[in-house]
Design a protein around this ligand. Structure first.
Ligand SMILES: NC(=O)c1ccc[n+]([C@@H]2O[C@H](COP(=O)([O-])OP(=O)(O)OC[C@H]3O[C@@H](n4cnc5c(N)ncnc54)[C@H](O)[C@@H]3O)[C@@H](O)[C@H]2O)c1
Length: 311
């Protein structure tokens, strides 16, 4: 069955104006580099910008290695990967983002830095360009007041590692237009991810709020001597069918990340309950941050393979 849509001249110009033909990603770290690659693989011309040339070089080398390994495993053809790299450009100059129809910000998780960047972008991009933040916690209303068209601002939150994880949370703030939300959802689908729209903004969104509650309960049970952290991880895996237990997950993402997220929440609320858990603070003090330091709740060899359990 064919569906023919007939546009009036005015509607046609809206569709044309709203077409995303160029994507910009700001911040070429762990998240931004992979977001840019996913967009390029989906067929978009992409510009990846960072203030640090070294970070751009690192991103390029990382992505080459990642994509070579996927070609070897037969997940992509060499032609698909080479043409995606042809569509992907790297730059240290923010002015190069002027032709983007959507900008995805993935810079350091600091509100001031993000506000400064959004104010700069406001002067560079066209008036109907979507400005999205990939922040894990900061809602877009904290950024929207520095730009001329707050209706174009929203959260588009990817999960790490972006090359693998399918889910993307799109969050509509009170300032975000229906059109921006709809376009963002369609854009996420077009890069072969699965979007979910949060109709109202809330810090932490869905996945990380639920995960936070799970972590809190796991830490409570451990700190109060109901079971060891290894046993709690085992229950989550075997009874709840989670692919990884909460303590092993903290080791993977970095125990310091959990610590900083809780400190940020405590600083905002002043509520003692929001402070990092005792065991988390102790691990951070000892420099046992998980896989990246070789020690966390478990012990790891230099290849990151688990070799022991710590208390
Ligand atoms: N790492 C995760 O698991 C994860 C998951 C989801 C969302 N996030 C969010 O994504 C964002 C980026 O996280 P990350 O882990 O990729 O960080 P990262 O530290 O790996 O990378 C940040 C990059 O931003 C660059 N940068 C800093 N200020 C800049 C500026 N003004 N303009 C351009 N580039 C700038 C840095 O040079 C660095 O390359 C954060 O907001 C974070 O909350 C992270």
């Amino acid at each position: 069955m064919f569906i023919i849509t007939i546009f009036t001249g005015e509607e046609l110009s809206i569709v044309e104006n709203n077409k995303i033909s160029h994507v910009a990603v700001v911040g070429s770290g762990a998240m931004g580099s992979q977001i840019a690659m996913v967009c390029a693989l989906a067929g978009y011309p992409v510009t990846l910008q960072d203030i640090e040339q070294e970070s751009l070089d690192r991103a390029k080398a990382f992505l080459k290695k990642q994509m070579d390994s996927r070609v070897e495993k037969g997940r992509f053809t060499r032609v698909e990967v080479d043409s995606a790299f042809d569509r992907l450009s790297f730059t240290a100059s923010i002015e190069d983002l002027s032709n983007a129809n959507i900008v995805i910000e993935a810079i350091v998780e600091k509100l001031d830095a993000k506000r400064e960047l959004f104010a700069k972008l406001d002067k560079i991009v066209a008036e109907n360009t979507i400005l999205a933040t990939n922040s894990s916690t900061i809602v877009s209303s904290k950024l929207a007041d520095v730009v001329s068209y707050p209706e174009n601002v929203c959260n588009i939150h990817f999960f790490n590692p972006v090359l693998v994880m399918e889910m993307v949370e799109v969050v509509k703030g009170p300032h975000t237009s229906e059109e921006t939300a709809a376009k963002s959802m369609a854009f996420v689908e077009s890069i072969r991810k699965t979007p979910v729209l949060l109709k109202k903004e809330i810090s932490g969104f869905i996945a990380n709020r639920i995960l936070g509650k799970l972590m809190d309960e796991a830490v409570f049970l451990y700190e109060n001597g109901y079971a060891t952290h290894e046993e709690i991880d085992l229950v989550c895996k075997k009874a709840l069918n989670h692919p990884i237990g909460p303590f092993a997950l903290m080791d993977l993402t970095g125990i310091d990340v959990n610590y900083f997220v809780r400190m940020q929440r405590y600083n905002e609320s002043g509520d003692e309950k929001d402070k990092p858990a005792r065991i988390v603070a102790e691990k951070v003090e000892k420099g046992e941050l998980g896989k990246k330091t070789g020690k966390g709740f478990y012990e790891y060899d230099e290849k990151g393979i688990r070799v022991g359990v710590l208390s």
